[in-house]
Write a protein that binds this ligand. Structure first.
Ligand SMILES: [Zn+2]
Length: 403
C-alpha cells in the first residue's frame, strides 16, 4: 500500500490489509483482494456550528478542558491533523445550510451526525437536488451516498442512503415520532409523573407569577431553573409524586435527552464502517437501516427501509393536495405541517396567477390564511410552490378540488 509524502511506516495499514488483501465470507461478490488498495481517508471536511461546552467532555474524546469555548469543528480538525499523518481535515465553523450545491458536489461520501430532523431533511434534499436524470433514468455518477447516524439516550440508528435509489430521510419520515408533549389537563389537574410537575411550573406558574418580571424562561439560567425546580417540588409534594430533581428539571425545561457515550461510540463506529465499505467496495454496504438499543440488555437488527412511491423529496412525483373548493388557505397550511409524511415547519407558498408570481403565504405576512381559495384566485389544478426550512428546494404541489 503505497502512500506519498513519507507517511508510511511498517505495519501502519496492517488492520486494513486484513480486509482488503484477502477474501472472506462477507466480501462483496465482485471483490478481488489486492495490495493496491486504499491509502486512508486523505481529505475530510467537517462542518459544525457549535462550540465546545464543558458538558461535552464526557463523551467527545477529541476535546479537552482547554478547548471549552472553541468551535468543535476546529478542535476536532486540529486533533486529527496532529494525530493522523497524511490525513487533512478542513474545519468549517458554520451551519450546513451556509453552503450551496457547489460545495456539497465536491464530496464522494457525506456523513451526517446531526441532532435535528430538520437539518437531516435539508441535507437529504440537498443530495437529491444534485441527482441528474437523462430521459428519466438516474445517472449513477451523480449519486453521493449519505450515511446518517443518530442517537437518543440509549437508542441509536445508522443508515445508508443512496439518494434516488434507496429510501431517503423523507421516505421514512413517519418513523420519527412527534415531540412528546403532555396533555394540558394532566399537567393542570392530574399529574402522575415528576415531569408533569415540572411542566406545571414551566407552563402555568412561570407566566402567572413572573418571578423575574417579563423575562422568558431561560434553560441556561441557573436561577430560572432553580425557581422552576422549587415550584415543581411543591407541586410534587402536593400529589405525593417523587423523583423531581434539579437535573430532571433542567432536562425537561431544555428538552434534553442525555447523550450516552457508549451509544454514540457504537453508532459512530457503525457509520465509519459503512464509509469504509463504500469507499473500498470490499463489502456490501448496510441495506439500509441499523437499529441499536441498549436500554435494557442489548438489541440490534437491520432492515431495509423502503422507498415511498410518492415521497415529496425523492420521488419526482407531483404531490397532490385534495381540498374542497370552499377550503381556506389555513387548511392547506395545517396539512403541510401536520401530515406525517410532510411535517413542514413554516411553509411559504407561492403560485402563478395570470402569468405573474404571487406569494400566497409567508409567516411574517400572514393575513391570507383565513381567505378562501376563491378570493385568492386559486382554481382546480393550480400549482403551488412551497418553500420550507426542511428542504433547500421548493416542493411543487397540485391543488385538486374535491366535490
Ligand atoms: Zn424519499
Amino acid at each position: 500500500m503505497a502512500v506519498d509524502g513519507g507517511y508510511d511506516w511498517d505495519g501502519r495499514w496492517n488492520h486494513v490489509r486484513k480486509f482488503l488483501e484477502r477474501p472472506g465470507p462477507f466480501a462483496h461478490p465482485d471483490f478481488e483482494p489486492c495490495t493496491e488498495a486504499l491509502s486512508g481517508f486523505r481529505l475530510i471536511h467537517v462542518v459544525d456550528m457549535d462550540t465546545i461546552d464543558i458538558s461535552n467532555l464526557n463523551r467527545q474524546f477529541l476535546f479537552r478542558p482547554k478547548d471549552v469555548g472553541r468551535p468543535k469543528a476546529e478542535v476536532a480538525a486540529d486533533f486529527i491533523n496532529n494525530r493522523i499523518p497524511g490525513c487533512k481535515v478542513v474545519p468549517h465553523y458554520k451551519k450546513i445550510q451556509d453552503f450551496d450545491e457547489s460545495f456539497y458536489r465536491q464530496f464522494h461520501i457525506i456523513v451526517c451526525g446531526l441532532d435535528s430532523i430538520i437539518a437531516r431533511r435539508w441535507m437529504n434534499g440537498m443530495l437529491i437536488s444534485l441527482l441528474s436524470y437523462e430521459d428519466g433514468v438516474l445517472d449513477p455518477s451523480s449519486i453521493i451516498p449519505l450515511i446518517d447516524g443518530g442517537t437518543e439516550g440509549f437508542k441509536g440508528n445508522s443508515r445508508v442512503i443512496l439518494p434516488g435509489m434507496t429510501a431517503c430521510i423523507d421516505c421514512t419520515l413517519e418513523l420519527y415520532p412527534p415531540q412528546i408533549n403532555f396533555p394540558m389537563c394532566t399537567i393542570a389537574s392530574m399529574p402522575r409523573l415528576p415531569e408533569h410537575c415540572i411542566e406545571y411550573a414551566r407552563i402555568l406558574l412561570w407566566p402567572k407569577e413572573k418571578p423575574f418580571g417579563e423575562t422568558s424562561l431561560d434553560g441556561d439560567n441557573p436561577e430560572h431553573i432553580q425557581w422552576v425546580f422549587k415550584k415543581s417540588i411543591e407541586r410534587a409534594a402536593e400529589f405525593h409524586i417523587t423523583g423531581v430533581t434539579y437535573r430532571l428539571t433542567q432536562g425537561v425545561v431544555k428538552r434534553i435527552i442525555p447523550a450516552v457515550a457508549s451509544t454514540n461510540a457504537v453508532i459512530a463506529a457503525a457509520c465509519s464502517l459503512e464509509v469504509f465499505k463504500i469507499a473500498s467496495s470490499a463489502y456490501i454496504p448496510l441495506n439500509n437501516y441499523l437499529v441499536f438499543n441498549d436500554v435494557d440488555g442489548l438489541y440490534t437488527y437491520t432492515f431495509e427501509a423502503e422507498r415511498k412511491e410518492n415521497c415529496s423529496a425523492c420521488s419526482q412525483v407531483p404531490q397532490n393536495l385534495q381540498f374542497p373548493p370552499s377550503a381556506k388557505l389555513q387548511e392547506v397550511l395545517e396539512y403541510l405541517m401536520e401530515n406525517a409524511s410532510l411535517q413542514m415547519k413554516s411553509p411559504a407558498i407561492t403560485t402563478t396567477l395570470e402569468g405573474k408570481n404571487k406569494t400566497l403565504y409567508l409567516q411574517v405576512f400572514n393575513f391570507t390564511e383565513h381567505t378562501h381559495f376563491f378570493y385568492l384566485g386559486l382554481s382546480d389544478g393550480q400549482e403551488l410552490a412551497v418553500a420550507d426550512v426542511t428542504t433547500p428546494q421548493t416542493v411543487l404541489f397540485k391543488l385538486n378540488f374535491t366535490t
